[in-house]
Design a protein around this ligand. Structure first.
Ligand code: ZN
Length: 306
């Protein structure tokens, strides 16, 4: 062993030792299962600002040195379909596809938001009324679904239940969907970590800061802002310790609530303040990089793209 070899070996030693002691104390080191990007509340419309900014956001994601391998869209893809006529809604979907085609190469997993639901009063008799049009445009198999990827189980929920008069909506899981969710959880391997995605948060602190004016009645949380069946869902989730995280958007605000071992992450909005300004309250327009690990841990990095 010459001097140079000794020096080389010596310089490697502290690292090797540190690695070994870490292993000895922390057991098996966790391994990242996957990195994806959460984008949500893009609220696209046929105007230059949203189109350019969404394109910029998509490039920002794809230019990351540690690049995510797919996108999860948390809903409100388009500006609004709830009170718009067919032409207006069609134009919004058209520009979405245009931007995605020219500026995105990553696969997208979509979730339905309240503004994606076609609720135009006069369209009730049309076959695309309600969520059908969104399901078709998003190329998803159903309004709610689950799939396995990179050792994790992903559950995408449909939070938005329009009121019977079509005027507005309440956030909860309808009986059919809740029944499906229970079955889906029961048949998932208890060792497989689970991620839940819903447009409207299941649990969030942002309901207390969403209003610009002080609430008239601070004891009331409106049924459009957070799931009204939170207590029931939290009880259900408690039976499945492998549910590790629940992502959402909707309030355009950024928060993290850790409750019963589940990280409830509300992930801002690509559109910031619905494109009026790039900040809504204190949350800047952005997207989130989500790292999922094989031990069920989750890390989120919120990124401003402009
Ligand atoms: Zn939104």
């Amino acid at each position: 062993m010459n001097r140079r070899t000794i020096l080389k070996t010596a310089s490697l030693l502290p690292i090797a030792t540190a690695g070994t002691s870490l292993k000895a104390t922390a057991g098996k080191a966790r391994k990242r299962s996957v990195r994806f990007a959460y984008i949500g509340d893009t609220h696209i419309m046929p105007e230059s600002k949203p189109m350019q900014q969404i394109a910029k956001c998509l490039h920002h994601i794809q230019n990351q040195a540690d690049k995510p391998v797919f996108l999860m869209h948390g809903g409100d893809t388009i500006m609004d379909a709830l009170v718009q006529d067919r032409d207006q809604v069609q134009k919004q979907w058209d520009v979405w596809h245009q931007v995605i085609k020219s500026d995105n190469a990553l696969p997208i997993e979509h979730c339905i938001g309240n503004h994606d639901v076609w609720g135009f009063e006069k369209a009730k008799s049309e076959p695309l009324y309600g969520k059908k049009w969104a399901v078709e445009q998003m190329k998803i198999s159903n309004r709610y679904r689950s799939f396995d990827r990179n050792g994790w189980h992903f559950i995408v929920l449909d939070s938005v239940q329009p009121k019977s008069d079509g005027s507005w909506y309440t956030a909860f899981l309808d009986a059919e969907q809740l029944d499906w969710l229970k079955q889906d959880l029961a048949k998932t391997n208890p060792k497989t970590p689970i991620l839940v995605l819903s447009h409207v948060p299941i649990l969030t602190s942002t309901v207390f800061t969403f209003d610009s004016e002080p609430k008239k009645d601070p004891t009331v949380i409106t049924g459009g802002l957070m799931h009204t069946d939170s207590a029931e869902l939290i009880k259900l989730f408690y039976q499945y310790p492998n549910i590790k995280t629940a992502l959402s958007g909707h309030t355009h605000l950024l928060d993290r609530v850790d409750y019963n071992g589940v990280a409830y992450l509300c992930n801002g909005a690509v559109s910031g303040n619905w494109w009026k300004t790039d900040t809504f309250h204190e949350t800047k327009a952005g997207y989130a990089l989500i790292d999922l690990y094989d031990d069920g841990s989750v890390e989120r990095t919120y990124v401003q793209y402009s």
